[in-house]
Design a protein around this ligand. Sequence first.
Ligand code: XMP
Length: 516
Amino acid sequence: MSSLADQRVLVLDFGSQLAQLIARRVREQHVYCEIVRHDITADRLRELEPMGIILSGGPNSVYEPGAPQCDPELFELGIPVLGICYGMQLACQALGGEVKNVPSREYGRAHCLVEDDSDLFAGVRRDTEVWMSHGDQVTAIDEDFTVLAHTSTCPYAAVRHKRRPVYGLQFHPEVTHTVEGKTLLANFVREVCKCEGTWRLGDFAEETINRIREQVGSDRVICGLSGGVDSSVVAALLARAIGPQLSCILVDNGLLRKDEERAVVEEFSTHFKTDLHVVKGEDRFLAQLAGIVDPQEKRRRIGHEFINCFKEEADKIEDAKYLAQGTLYPDVIESGASADGPADTIKLHHNVGGLPEELGFDLIEPLRDLFKDEVRQLGLQLGLPEEIVWRHPFPGPGLAVRCLGEVTRDKLEMLREADAIVVGEIKAAGLYRSTSQAFAVLLPVQSVGVMGDSRTYDNAVCVRCVNTDDFMTADWSHLPHDLLSRISTRIINEVKGVNRVVYDISSKPPATIEWE
Ligand code: XMP
């Protein structure tokens, strides 16, 4: 539990993939927020003294055997509670409401009519659009509850307990599809919980730098560098804190984008004057990936080989005691490493877990409490150039998860060229900053084409480009048709072995950003 904030709100995680998003939305209000297990005890909550508690949604039905419950005593603590979807159903059930399965699962936008705008709905329009995603809903409440809002299918879309500071929302205020969700969450944390909203990233940077100095003393720290914003910000923090005691290692796993290794080395030597080691690991990684098609197995093997390469290089650096990593808060939660919550692990993030014991270093993870956009802000505050700070994220397993099926040198070469065209054209069109992630995916599909007079039977490339604030939900980018057309023509003309280009028009959820 971070000691960085006196005033905090806790999210109890009932298995919702949106729990992180709730935490992030709360932090946008300058209120520190962390995610904890759903079964945290009331005694522990008393110790932690949160200003507010949010019960997340979850995939279960409250009546299912084994459905995650919370300590019912938490409603007695006098701490404001906001239940969202499943969290609302639990709160209402605990305090005298009835929850039933509705005949058809409700999923999508709904018109919500506000009946009481005195606190939670203050400043919200009378008729506002919200996002529903539920099977069960509260079907009856006793007289202790007041209805704050309803929809045509949901009479209790929002409720408040009359004697306790307990609120429930059947819809999801944390997703952007709920148009005034931000206002609702702001009202909860600022007006209901009375948080002052004083949490600032600048304080975080100074505190973190001081803490690193105290922790490290005169020892040496090793930092893995990938060229991405996370590891660059970690390196910048460390360079600021302990400069000459820092050694960085870049593992070229052969799965990087075109010219990436060269660019990282160049940028690195311009911005940081510390010791840099580059490991050329392409052959080893490709050997590990030969014949492997399962995405999780690819990730596992890449993670494993990464550790091997890293360890060999690290062993050469004498007197190194610490290892710094750019682990972010979503990685911590998604891998179940800290909150140990019930959320399904959707993708295995290889940068979490196992490393410290195997390498024998003490771990420094200065970004462990931050979300991605907070890391970018921090990078700018630390004086990193915009080119690094705004670089689109690139997954640790690199092009391997964009080369569907078995990864081979030839396929990687095709993908690398196609990817460079996608990114290059988007940059040339001035759309790199306004899109969040753009890349090519090599599909495991061959199709018929004609080139000149001959029939071809070649590969298909998919262009993926998304817009997102948080990478937990995302919309496909509505790129101009002439840009898509240029990308397609160039890929087909310039990348040998590709005769078809498609554009991915799926949003997240239900699709993910990467294809594997
Ligand atoms: P998805 O595909 O889950 O991706 O919608 C969300 C964001 O996470 C990145 N991503 C990864 N990053 N290791 C990483 O370091 C991984 O295994 C990994 N998988 C996905 C993805 O690029 C996107 O920005």
